[in-house]
Structures are given as structure tokens and as C-alpha cells.
Design a protein. Sequence first.
Length: 276
Amino acid sequence: MNSKLIADSCCDMTKTLKKKLGLITIPLRMILGDKEYVDTDDLDVGRFITDMNAYKGKAGSSCPSPADYRDAFLGSGTSFAVTLSQNLSGSYASAMAGKALAEEEGADVHVFDSKSASAGEILVALKIRELIDMGKEKLEIIDRISKFIKEMKTYFVLENVDNLVKNGRMSKIAGHIATIMQIRPLLGSDGDGNIALFSKARGSRQALDKLADTVAESGKNTEGETMVITHCNNPNGAALLKNIIAERYRFAKIHIIPTGGLSSLYANNGGIIMAY
């Protein structure tokens, strides 16, 4: 089956992995006041993070247009697309509008809502590519990926709660206390693509241990499976988490990938996201 794999830029990828998957990425945009940043491979993520933390207002984002998606969907073969959760962004709705436009011109398209972001979206893209390479037909891919998304777990831990305070998800007083007490919130997808608070940890090491604990608590069989860990400027923390996971479970592959622009907007400096 001749197929294309497409994702918005919250599907963080190294250039090597993107080439291996044959992934076409549609960029989102991050907005700080009157300044706009396009989330492409050329974005200086470190500079964006610095600018974001210096900015006192609420950071925003904008999703790709339906026309952006339509252009990617056109051509021969089936296009499989994956977006970040529709409860976090308009990217899925835009992709569905682009699908309708492309189908008017004869394209064959299916769009998946990952109900996740960053590491979770990457994991879905990896699974789609695996099934395409196995020669699976469109309907089987749709069925298996839909089930995969339903069973997937995504969690993340924040080193810095400034963005939660700026965006009104945490009060200034609670944010100040969290910083002073070194409290790390453990958050994740509630299964429907919303962000929910699952636990709290005191200090970075306890936070990583609690992330690892979620695997056992999920009851999932890890043997032969893949995990994705993404991090916002925290390679040491990501490597430590990988080691903790590798000692306790039997994942066949654990990918570590730095976050791009949009994911860094959510994770902030030091944040770590994990999906399995």
C-alpha cells in the first residue's frame, strides 16, 4: 500500500528519525505578544525557551490551516495523519477540514487524534509506520491505531510551574509554594486528551521514580513494547528516567527525543514527557 505519514509539529522528531519514518511535518506557531515563532526544524528552541520565560504575559499558539493540511494530503496513496489532542489545540479540527478539502480532489485520508502530545504523538506515529511497513491495509491500520491510542498512557513532570501560573492553571500563591518546596506536579492525559493532575513529588528524583511507577500501576505488559521520552532541555533527567525504566521493565526500545517549540511551550525548561 502506497502511504504517507503526516503529523503536526508537536510530534517531536530528530531529523534522523523523521527521515526514517518518512514523516511530513506541518508546523504550528507559538506566540509571545506580537512575536511569532514557527515550529520547524530551523527553530532555535533554546532561544524560544529563553524568550518565553522572559515574557510576562500568557504564551499562545496557532495551529496549521486547513489548506496546509490539504496540500500535504494531496497526491497518490493513503495519507495517515496524527495530531496532538483536540482538547489542547485546533490542529485536529484543522486537519479534518483539510481532509474534506483534499477528498474533494480525490485524496484518501485518515486523521487520528492522538489524545496526547509530544511523546504520545510520536509513539502513535511510530506505530502507524510499523503497520504500514508490515503491509497492513487501511481499515486494519485504523482499527489497530484507534485501539492503541485508547490504551496508550502519557505522563509528564514539570521542573518549572511558571507557565501554569501565567496561563491561569495554577494560582500565584500555589506556584510560589511549589517552587519554594521543590514540588513537582505529575500530570498526564486523562484518556480523553485533557491534562489532569495525577500526583505530586518532592524533588526531581522522586518525580522520575513516580513517572516510572505509573508503568506498573497501568498493568500494561511492557515486553517487546516501545516507550518514548521527550525532554525540554533536560537530557540528564531523560537519561536517568530511561535507566530507571530499563532496570524495572522490559521495553524493547526507549527513544529519547528533545522537544520542539510547541512541546516546549507545554513542558517548559526541564520538563519531561513519557508515553508508552
